[in-house]
Design a protein around this ligand. Structure first.
Ligand SMILES: Nc1nc2c(ncn2[C@@H]2O[C@H](COP(=O)(O)OP(=O)(O)OP(=O)(O)O)[C@@H](O)[C@H]2O)c(=O)[nH]1
Ligand SMILES: [Mg+2]
Length: 382
């Protein structure tokens, strides 16, 4: 039966003050308002709150026109919600297709919350609320700031250790409050990947070199982080910590000039938040790493993963009787692991059927695969 609930995906970005969170969000939203974006993509990104959309767009234009960057989020925390809407959808979609839009939620918060905690009781409450929202995501991005990797080797190592140290102590300090009654969570980011921000400052880096740097300098700290995260989730075999790597640059910043046309990896944020976990969860379900109950919850959840069921429909139209109760992980894993050619066909079919979500998810998978060929992304083989 058709449901009207729009699947909602949160994006969890863990980045210290100055690591590029607000600029990244503004570049992502602002670029989506350019005519080239609408020409190239099947969808538009619409801010659910007009005022917020205008603010981000203004940030973007300030950078584009006056090379002026947005202010740091001192004491300022805001949640942005966007809807991806089909460009040429006049409200019509196939009656058997339950969704015709996707919602994405991004929490922008002061990076100081990761390094110094909160300053007042009120701020502590807001911080806890934000973290509670962040852990609704399927993927967490840990931002590594390129501008901190320009120093000598010892400084780099100190920076990376302090970055991971702060993240670990933040998680530990909030653990009791995030786990209600000490109960481990089913829905929690199970993929913690590293994102190198401002990579325009490190033109010689690709995702492999970024990985090698992290493994070379902080492999032990990454293992500790995994240990801590295992304490949050049920079925902790189904956890990828520090196994995926991506490069991003919101613009090229050069002697006072900001070139927003020169971006890296910004187009990957939405695919990473949605298609990547979909593929990984299905793979885990198929390999039976996920305990039955967890698999069911993740695969039948309200998150974007539900869209996978829709995607499978195009491939196995007669095999899926009921959309949400009889998920067939094997069939879905097949779709999730499909080669580019199959995905392109699937995408075409979905467009013909006006199945917006399937077309977008297939497109997202294609984008991830392209980024991997370009060495901007390195995905865990597990
Ligand atoms: N070279 C380069 N510089 C960047 C890039 N993105 C951001 N910056 C620089 O980094 C500064 C900080 O970026 P923000 O996005 O404000 O950082 P933030 O993570 O939101 O910081 P808080 O709000 O304090 O948590 C910007 O003012 C820019 O000067 C990038 O892609 N490349
Ligand atoms: Mg900010």
């Amino acid at each position: 039966m058709a449901s009207t609930k729009t699947p909602e995906q949160h994006i969890a970005v863990f980045g210290e003050s100055g690591s590029g969170k607000t600029v990244l969000l503004s570049a992502l939203y602002g670029a989506a308002q350019e005519p080239e974006f609408t020409e190239r993509n099947l969808y538009r990104i619409v801010a659910d709150d007009f005022k917020q959309g205008a603010k981000l767009h203004k940030n973007y234009l300030g950078m584009r026109e006056n090379s002026r960057t947005p202010l740091a989020n001192r004491f300022n925390n805001e949640t942005y919600s966007f809807t991806l809407k089909l460009k040429e959808n006049n409200g019509q979609n196939h009656p058997s297709i339950p969704f015709n839009a996707l919602r994405l939620v991004w929490h922008d918060y002061p990076g100081e919350w990761l390094s110094h905690g909160a300053d007042s009781e009120e701020e502590a409450e807001t911080r806890l609320k934000t973290f509670n929202n962040l852990i609704q995501s399927d993927v967490a991005l840990i931002l590594v700031d390129s501008s901190r990797l320009l120093d000598d080797d010892d400084d780099i190592e100190r920076y990376l250790k302090s970055l991971l140290g702060n993240l670990k102590s933040t998680l530990l300090s909030l653990q009791d409050e995030l786990l209600h009654d000490g109960k481990k969570l089913v829905r929690f980011p199970r993929i913690w990947m590293f994102a190198l921000t401002k990579c325009d400052l490190l033109p010689d880096y690709d995702a492999y070199r970024f990985r090698d740097l992290l493994i070379g300098k902080v492999a032990g700290e990454i293992a500790d982080l995994r240990q801590i995260l295992s304490g949050f989730v049920t079925g902790n075999e189904a956890l990828s910590v520090g196994e995926d790597f991506v490069l991003t640059s919101s613009a090229k910043f050069e002697s006072g000039h900001i070139d927003l046309g020169d971006r890296v990896g910004i187009n990957l944020v939405l695919p990473l938040a949605s298609a990547l976990p979909m593929q990984r969860h299905l793979r885990w379900a198929n390999a039976r790493v996920l305990p039955g109950k967890v698999a069911k919850e993740l695969l039948n959840g309200v998150g974007l993963i539900a869209a996978a069921v829709q995607l499978v429909q195009h491939r196995f139209p007669n095999r899926i009787a009921s959309l949400f109760n009889h998920v067939q992980p094997q069939a879905m894993a097949h779709v999730a692991n499909m080669a580019d050619e199959g995905l392109e066909k699937l995408q075409k079919k979905a467009i013909q059927k006006k199945d917006f979500i399937s077309a977008i998810i297939a497109g997202f998978q294609l984008e991830l695969s392209q980024a991997e060929s370009d060495k901007v992304l390195l995905r865990s083989p597990r």
